[in-house]
Design a protein around this ligand. Structure first.
Ligand code: C2E
Ligand code: MG
Ligand code: MG
Ligand code: MG
Length: 276
């Protein structure tokens, strides 16, 4: 009986899991090569002031076009890069590229606007994170108040570790946003105590507006909450005119979404900046 089992192998061997691990391993190797081969790119999504409908800044979003596989969305490879630690290197590249481009536009005489960069929790908690940010600013000569960092609400729950870093960043003039707000579980009291300037309402709260009365009142409450905390409130994923008008009428400061613009490549941003 024992011999039979040895020959057949354990019965719980999971081929599905094995397939997934193999796919993940391939993607991991590809990612590392892709960075060296300059296959990553940034696109930039405009942020709009709801009252004036003017451009207030951009969010940098990473893009990966694999020559064989085609477009691979960040939702697929960022979690893997977080798991294996590669996000630290990749995230540094994102920071550098975003600051470099912003500086280049400024030097070309285009309007000077802030750019936000997404920072993953793994990257943020890394002991060298602050130093990396300082190095990037020094190297690109971008003024710190043109850089904003977006961290997710779930990262904020890590109370002890992050407060010092947030405070240090704020002291250097870098502003901070809570991304995907409403999907994590941060306590309001705690949020109030952190040096965070912008609250980005997750797009799931905007989706059903203005059709769902329940979502409308929820959205109004979140806007009010952000205002009460003295924060700038931005709604993500605004796709329709009706959503935009609802947010405008309910005091949301800024919006981002396909209604105004999809994320743009660098060339398209230059065009937009020239005409604004
Ligand atoms: P996020 O930071 O919340 O970014 C917003 C996402 O919503 C982006 O997806 C954007 O393209 C998409 N979006 C913008 N407007 C609309 C809209 O009107 N409708 C819909 N349906 N979607 C809209 P993307 O670029 O696929 O990025 C997904 C997530 O991946 C980001 O969510 C962020 O968490 C992460 N990510 C992207 N770039 C980076 C990066 O450079 N570093 C890190 N650490 N994470 C990144
Ligand atoms: Mg973001
Ligand atoms: Mg978001
Ligand atoms: Mg989101």
């Amino acid at each position: 009986e024992a011999k039979k089992e040895a020959l057949e192998g354990p019965h719980y061997f999971d081929y599905y899991l094995m397939d997934r691990l193999m796919a993940q391993l391939t993607l991991e190797k590809k990612m590392i090569r892709a960075l060296a081969a300059r296959q990553f790119e940034l696109h930039y999504q405009p942020k709009i002031d709801t009252a004036t409908e003017k451009l207030t800044g951009f969010e940098a979003l990473i893009r990966w076009n694999d020559p064989v596989q085609g477009y691979i969305p960040p939702g697929t490879f960022i979690p893997i890069a977080e798991e294996n630690g590669f996000i630290v290197e990749l995230g540094k590249w994102v920071l550098l590229e975003a600051c470099r481009m912003n500086k280049r536009w400024q030097e070309a005489g285009l309007p000077k606007l802030p750019m936000s960069v997404n920072v993953s929790a793994v990257q943020f908690r890394h002991p060298h994170f602050l130093r990396t940010v300082e190095q990037v600013l020094a190297e690109t000569e971008l003024a710190p108040h043109f850089l904003e960092l977006e961290v997710t609400e779930s990262l904020l729950n890590d109370h002890v570790l992050i407060r010092d870093t947030l405070t240090a960043l704020q002291q250097r003039g870098i502003s901070l946003s809570v991304d995907d707000f409403g999907t994590g579980y941060s306590s309001i009291h705690y949020l109030k105590s952190l040096p965070v300037q912008v609250l980005k309402i997750d797009r799931t709260f905007v989706q059903e507006t203005p059709c769902s009365e329940r979502d409308n009142s929820l959205l109004r409450s979140i806007i009010q909450l952000g205002k009460s905390l003295g924060m700038t409130v931005l709604a993500e994923g605004v796709e329709t005119k009706a959503q935009f008008e609802f947010l405008q009428q309910n005091g949301c400061d800024q919006i981002q979404g396909y209604y105004y613009s999809r994320p743009l490549n660098a060339e398209a941003v230059e065009g937009l900046l020239k005409s604004s």
